[in-house]
Write a protein that binds this ligand. Structure first.
Ligand SMILES: *Cc1c(COP(=O)(O)O)cnc(C)c1O
Length: 385
């Protein structure tokens, strides 16, 4: 028996949830409870020793010179933009096939969001649409100062193509690593390719707090110092604001929990990969398409996203067999009411993005899934054919 089969007993017919952050807590309950108790006893709850230790440990794990904790992943992106001075009067390009947070962060910083299409096989930023937008930005769009590639579902965007284009047009690259903690591109961890990277640590992410949290990684000393100041009212010394900042602090309880979780991240990512291989096998020869892997990258399977021409029927069938499946994301950001009709796009008009939204389905994939649960999902996939 592997330790994945020793999780609290679940009845044979209990549904397999699409996401299950509670299982992540229960698996590490002993050390997490001890970490939380330690913080409660310490009397220090905001920006103390746990947060500083987590930042040091995360930076070491990431291979970055600095890591700066903050309140959530959206803030991590917005803090990077603010620290770079990218706000009102500037535009930032990202994709429409992403968590709305990637776009919300751009507007939080006061900048104008513009969107480009995705590569249909990999669901990440289409470098050619990006190049076309940079070459011929629509009239009236403020100058483009930054590009945010999103390493979606656990797989790197096409950095080999995106980085030289951004260099050519002199725009900063900010990686959204919220779904790709530990993913590799050409053997190097994502988050090390641009000026800075944002990581959400939301409870369902590969590295997950039990509440809200986020972190920025960067090798730039001055940028790290500016972000650390901006996250707390623009203070450099206590009670004296040098710049106009915000409150986006990482609390000590979450930091202490994250220190426990970080020690298991590589093993958890490996477990996600093993589950993905089992699903791949179950889908072989059928009509439902397994996720495409970039040959030069290593995927950490934040989500395992299949494609089907009959997606809704597939989701219903899985549900009838007690298997939760979700859609990430059902409505492209530019089609959502809050953004409709006011977002500049590349010449690709985000057509691949719109097509993807109709075909994608995310299966349950998290390290705490038991072998029995993985077998149930696999059997259901085989039955679908
Ligand atoms: C989760 C996520 C975010 C935002 O993170 P929060 O912590 O929820 O603010 C940003 N971008 C992507 C791609 C995400 O998946």
């Amino acid at each position: 028996m592997t330790k994945h089969e020793t999780a609290p007993a679940i009845g044979a017919d209990a549904p397999v949830l699409q996401a299950n952050p509670g299982a992540g807590y229960r698996q590490l309950k002993g050390p997490i409870d001890a970490a939380v108790a330690r913080v409660l006893e310490s009397g220090h709850y905001i920006l103390g020793g746990e947060g500083a230790a987590f930042e040091t440990e995360f930076a070491l794990w990431q291979g970055a010179r600095h890591a700066v904790g903050c309140a959530n992943g959206t803030d991590a992106l917005a803090l990077i933009l603010r620290a770079l001075g990218v706000g009102a009067g500037a535009s930032v390009v990202t994709v429409s096939h992403t968590a709305v947070a990637s776009v919300a962060a751009i507007e939080m910083a006061g900048a104008t969001a513009a969107m480009v299409d995705i590569e249909p096989d990999y669901f990440t930023m289409d470098p050619e649409d990006l190049r076309a937008l940079l070459e011929r930005p629509p009239a009236g769009l403020p100058p483009i100062r930054a590009v945010i590639p999103v390493h979606l579902y656990g797989q790197a965007a096409n950095l080999e193509a995106i980085l030289p284009i951004c260099a050519q047009f002199d725009v900063a690259v900010i990686e959204d690593c919220s779904q790709a903690h530990g993913a590799l591109y050409k053997g190097k961890k994502v988050g090390g390719f641009g000026v800075a990277a944002a990581f959400s640590l939301y409870p369902t992410k590969n590295l997950a707090a039990l509440g809200d949290a986020g972190i920025v990684a960067t090798d730039d000393d001055a940028l790290a110092a500016r972000i650390a100041s901006l996250r707390q009212y623009g203070w450099r010394e206590r009670y004296v604001s040098q710049d106009v900042g915000v409150n986006s602090r990482l609390d000590e309880i979450q930091a202490a929990i994250l220190r426990v979780k970080l020690r298991h991240l590589d093993e958890h990512n490996a477990r996600r990969g093993a589950i993905a291989r089992q699903y791949d096998g179950a889908l072989q020869g059928g009509s439902v398409r397994a996720p495409a892997r970039r040959p030069e990258a290593s995927h950490v399977f934040h989500q395992y996203v299949v494609r089907s021409g009959e997606r809704d029927a597939l989701q219903t069938r899985l549900k009838s067999q007690g298997i939760g499946a979700g859609i990430h994301y059902p409505v492209p950001v530019h089609r959502q009411a809050a953004y409709l009709g006011r977002i500049a796009m590349g010449p690709g008009r985000c057509l691949a993005t719109e097509a993807a939204a109709g075909h994608i389905l995310s299966l349950p994939i998290y390290p705490e899934l038991t072998e029995a649960e993985v077998a149930r999902v696999s059997a259901a996939l085989r039955r679908v054919g």
